[in-house]
Structure formats: structure tokens, C-alpha cells
Design a protein around this ligand. Structure first.
Ligand code: TRP
Length: 455
């Protein structure tokens, strides 16, 4: 089975050099690993929680989409989409909201920090706190669980959200899974703090510190003017510089080979002026970024193409989310009236038009039975039994203990039928997940229909 790696990018700002080095570049690289399936999405619903400026949201979505593609993300290889294009995510978010304790959300760091800030100001505790902020971790859980991600690369500040996701997933599995684990419990992949670039003042590069270097926006000029503002000590040309502790070297390091880094540090130690050092830094960063910058400008000039790429990504993602959501809806009881009422009337009226068991002796001399639907098509085959009486016992149990019967997904192409934990039958091998899910649902309906309890 492939490992599913998923991460979201909140669309409330313009990507800077720190985002590129700390998150975008490693994520694009990781997406190429064999045996992984990568999901990257624009967390634009999350952005609405932090930002009430529609123009900024709209602009940020385009900039971030163009940035990731310019950085080499291949939208045919990974799943690249906007959260708001997947309606199943908000649908799932509600199902999860209904199983999440309010107490769990009370403990969320981001919410508690806002409450603490209000207390300090002696205002009402929840002043200015929206339900969006309060429920933020549930929407994030829906992002992750919708695609059953195994690994979620995030910054350390997001660790608690992944832990909450696990709690919520476990609770849903327990309440509605009937032995089936609907949701995988995800692991956080914490991005190494060392990989996060320093900003102009030597602190972590962050919009909130106002110390960022732009990645693509503003072109080479913007890069140069930001680098000009990097804080240095007041040593003049010719004086020995403390290269290791300067604010220039960490940025240089992120874009250079070990030999280039060594030479740059030696030059500083031998008296290269800060002005020359900044020029050399710009040349180095620009040589890495300029091909990407060209692609970025091209993408930004063609927003229609970007729209198409993201809609195609959403369509691919929905091939997963839509059938899964259908199962989840059914699991909580949001089921079609049709399949329930029609199977019942059929059972009651025309006996022959109902699902039924057929037992037989196979070529291996073992006794088996099949469950057929009302049209006579096979839904599943039982396990082999040496004694026909045993086959009969299982058949009766399937009719009498409907509440203990579960139909579980075995693989992309097969499901199995269990009584409590014991597997008593299996489906044929299907050609697609969609076909598997269709027959799986028919089987669930047929099991209800054959139940002697429902008559
Ligand atoms: N909350 C994340 C952040 O601020 C963004 C995000 C939203 C996310 N949904 C996600 C990250 C799902 C990983 C998985 O960084």
C-alpha cells in the first residue's frame, strides 16, 4: 500500500523565501518519493478564519498556486487542489463536529491564546473569537481524514491539531465503524526547526515579525532591497567578520553547495565587506530562483490555466472523496429511503425478486453458498466448509444476527463479509474501487433485506 502524505497551505499571504526553503522545496522533493501518494491543497477555508479581506484571499490563492507549480510540483503526479473545491470536506467537517467534545476544542492552543489575550485586556473572554477559530481543528481533521493521510508534514505549532485529529478519528471509528476503521490515524511529520530560514533580523522568517524576503513577487529588485536590509554588525571592509554568526550565511547556505559555502565564509573571515557579501548573496539566490521566477511570472499571467489545473486536481481528488463520503453518510444513518423501502416491499411481496442464498458443492468438494441480489447477480461467496451443516449455520447467522454483520473493505478491489470479527465470505475481485463500492452497498442492503428480523 502506498503511503499517503498530505498537507495544506493557508492562503492568507504571499510566499516568502522562508516558506520556500522550509516547506515548499522539501515538500516538492518528498512528493517524488516512490510508493507515496501526495496531496497538497490550498487551505482557503482556513484562510477565511484569519483574514476578512476578500481581495487578499483571492490574490493569495493565485500566488500560492503559482508558487507551488513554479517550484516544480507536478499536478499530474500529485493531488493539487483547493479545499473549497471539495464539498465533501465541509460535509465531513460537520459529521466530525457532531462527535467532537467541546472540551477538546477548549484546550486548543490557538483558542486558549486568544482567551488569555482577552483576559489580559480585561475584556470578555470570548471577545472577537469566531466559531471558525474555535472549530479550526475540526476542519483540519476533515482535510486529513477525508483522504486517510498517513503522514502530515507540518510545523511544530500544528502538532496539537494532528493529535486532535487522531482523537476525533478514533471516536468516529468507535461510534460508527462497527468493527471497520473508517479513518486512518495520521502521524505528524514535524519539519525540522533548523530548516526554517532566518529573517532579516536573525529571528525565524515570518510575516508576523515583518522580517521576510519575498520569494517571487517584486522580481530580483525586491530580493535585492530586502537583502540590503539584513542586519549586520558595524565591521568595515577589510575587518574580519564572524561568518558563522552572521545573518547572511544561513540564507546563503540554503542555496549553495558545500564548496560555495566554504568559499563564502572564508571571504567574510578575510574581510569581504558586508556590501559585497550581500551582493554575492543576491547573485547566489537569484541564480537558483530565476528559472522558477520565469515560470511563476508566466503562471501569474495566465490565471485561466491555473484555474483549469486546480479544477482538474479537485476532480481527481473528488473521485476519492465522493464515494468515501457516501459511505460515511450511510454509516451515520443518512441513507437513501429508496434502497431501504424497496428491498423491504420486495421481500414481502414477490419472494423470488428478493436477494437470496444459494448453496452448492464446489469442484473442490467443499460446500459453499452465494448471496445473490434480486436480479440473481452474485454479491459474495462464503468460505469453504467441509460440512454442509456448517455452511447452513453461517447462512442462518447472517439472517438472524444482522446487527453483528459487517461488510468491510479488504483491498481496492475486494470486500469481505464478517460476523463480529470473523470473516465468513468474500466478494469477487473487482476492476475498480467504484465497482467494489457499488456492490458493497448492494450487499449491505441485501443483508438487511434477507434479515429474518426485518420481516
Ligand atoms: N493549519 C495549517 C497551518 O496553518 C494549514 C492546514 C490546514 C493544514 N489544513 C491542513 C496542514 C491539513 C496540514 C493538514 O499551517
Amino acid at each position: 500500500m502506498k503511503t499517503c502524505v498530505l498537507t495544506g497551505i493557508t492562503t492568507s499571504g504571499t510566499p516568502h523565501l522562508g516558506n520556500y526553503v522550509g516547506a515548499i522545496r522539501p515538500a516538492v522533493q518528498a512528493s517524488l518519493a516512490p510508493n507515496t501518494e501526495a496531496f497538497f491543497f490550498l487551505a482557503d477555508y482556513h484562510a477565511l478564519i484569519k483574514c476578512e479581506d476578500p481581495n487578499r484571499i483571492a490574490r493569495s490563492r493565485i500566488e500560492i498556486a503559482a508558487t507551488w507549480l513554479a517550484a516544480g510540483l507536478d499536478p499530474n503526479h500529485v493531488f493539487f487542489y483547493r479545499q473549497s473545491d471539495i464539498p465533501e470536506i465541509s460535509e465531513l467537517s460537520w459529521l466530525l463536529t457532531c462527535v467532537t467534545g467541546k472540551g477538546l476544542m477548549n484546550r486548543a492552543h490557538a483558542y486558549k491564546a486568544s482567551v488569555d489575550a482577552n483576559r489580559e485586556k480585561h475584556t470578555e473572554e470570548d471577545d472577537g473569537i469566531t466559531m471558525g477559530l474555535f472549530s479550526y481543528p475540526i476542519l483540519m481533521a476533515a482535510d486529513i481524514l477525508m483522504f486517510n493521510a498517513h503522514q502530515v508534514p507540518v510545523g511544530r505549532d500544528q502538532l496539537q491539531h494532528i493529535e486532535m485529529t487522531r482523537d476525533i478519528a478514533q471516536r468516529f471509528n468507535h461510534l460508527f465503524g462497527q468493527g471497520r476503521e473508517f479513518f486512518v490515524l495520521p502521524e505528524a511529520l514535524i519539519q525540522d526547526d533548523n530548516a526554517i530560514l532566518q529573517g532579516l533580523d536573525g529571528r525565524k522568517m515570518s510575516k508576523s515579525y515583518n522580517n521576510t524576503i519575498p520569494l517571487f513577487e517584486g522580481g530580483e529588485k525586491a530580493l535585492q532591497s530586502a537583502v540590503a536590509k539584513i542586519v549586520t554588525d558595524s565591521k568595515g571592509p577589510g575587518e574580519v567578520k564572524d561568518a558563522e554568526n552572521s545573518n547572511l550565511v544561513p540564507i546563503f547556505k540554503a542555496f549553495a553547495t558545500p564548496e560555495e559555502i566554504k568559499a563564502y565564509m572564508q571571504n567574510l573571515e578575510q574581510g569581504m565587506s558586508w556590501g559585497d557579501a550581500k551582493k554575492a548573496l543576491c547573485v547566489q539566490v537569484e541564480s537558483a530562483l530565476s528559472p522558477l521566477r520565469g515560470r511563476y511570472a508566466d503562471l501569474m499571467a495566465h490565471p485561466d490555466d491555473l484555474e483549469d489545473i486546480l479544477l482538474t486536481g479537485a476532480q481527481r481528488a473528488r473521485e476519492r472523496s465522493a464515494p468515501f463520503m457516501a459511505e460515511l453518510r450511510a454509516a451515520v444513518g443518512l441513507r437513501s429511503f429508496k434502497s431501504q423501502s424497496s428491498t423491504k416491499t420486495k421481500v414481502a411481496s414477490t419472494k423470488h425478486k428478493a436477494p437470496r442464498f444459494v448453496s452448492y458443492r464446489d469442484t473442490d468438494q467443499q460446500f459453499r453458498f452465494r448471496l445473490l441480489d434480486q436480479e440473481g447477480r452474485e454479491l459474495f461467496v462464503s468460505r469453504p466448509h467441509a460440512d454442509p451443516k456448517h455452511a447452513g449455520v453461517i447462512m442462518r447467522q447472517l439472517q438472524q444476527r444482522t446487527d453483528d454483520v459487517t461488510v468491510k473493505i479488504e483491498s481496492d478491489t475486494q470486500f469481505v463479509v464478517c460476523i463480529e470479527e470473523q470473516c465468513v465470505g468474500q466478494s469477487a475481485a473487482f476492476v475498480s474501487i467504484e465497482q467494489r463500492d457499488e456492490v458493497l452497498q448492494q450487499t449491505q442492503a441485501a443483508i438487511i433485506a434477507i434479515s429474518t428480523l426485518s420481516l
